[in-house]
Design a protein around this ligand. Structure first.
Ligand SMILES: [Fe+2]
Ligand SMILES: [Fe+2]
Length: 158
């Protein structure tokens, strides 16, 4: 089984424990959506796509587990480390890269390491493109516009 598949099996089981069906569906859609976006962005930028997808699959798990987004990025990095160490799928260096991306993923207005940026951008792609009729959050506007440019989407952005 691939590492990503194995991690997804773990994440799926965790999400299946969420009692609220609507929130559980939203969690699946978001984690898999961000993972797909992370795959596309990391391929475009020549990054490690498997690591980007693994970070994406774990990035909001702390919020789903606790039901609160309060400090969820920092708490999520701690949780991701616990999970990765338990599963033993990644090297220490890979675990660091994944946890750093999760730790920084809510800091959308600053630029961090290249892998941190892949996860932030993948999160923004899913927030903004899952439903184009939804209003873009102020803190994601600049990043979303840059992503559209990077991917050659030059249609007028309303
Ligand atoms: Fe988040
Ligand atoms: Fe997210």
């Amino acid at each position: 089984m691939s590492r990503l598949k194995e991690l997804r099996k773990y994440v799926d089981e965790e999400l299946m424990r969420m009692e609220d069906t609507k929130k559980r569906n939203g969690a699946f859609v978001h984690l898999y959506g961000v993972s797909l976006a992370a795959s596309m962005i990391s391929e475009k930028r020549g990054m490690d796509t498997e690591i980007a997808c693994m970070a994406a699959m774990l990035h909001d798990l702390a919020a789903y587990r606790s039901g609160s987004y309060e400090d969820h990025a920092h708490k999520g990095a701690v949780l991701a480390r616990e999970i990765l160490e338990k599963l033993g799928l990644t090297t220490e260096e890979e675990t660091e890269i994944i946890c750093s991306a999760i730790y920084h993923h809510d800091d959308k207005l600053v630029v961090d390491s290249p892998m941190d940026e892949v996860l932030k951008d993948a999160d923004v792609i899913h927030h903004c493109m899952n439903d184009l009729s939804k209003e873009i959050k102020d803190k994601e506007k600049k990043r979303y516009a840059a992503l559209r440019k990077e991917f050659g989407i030059d249609r007028y952005l309303s």
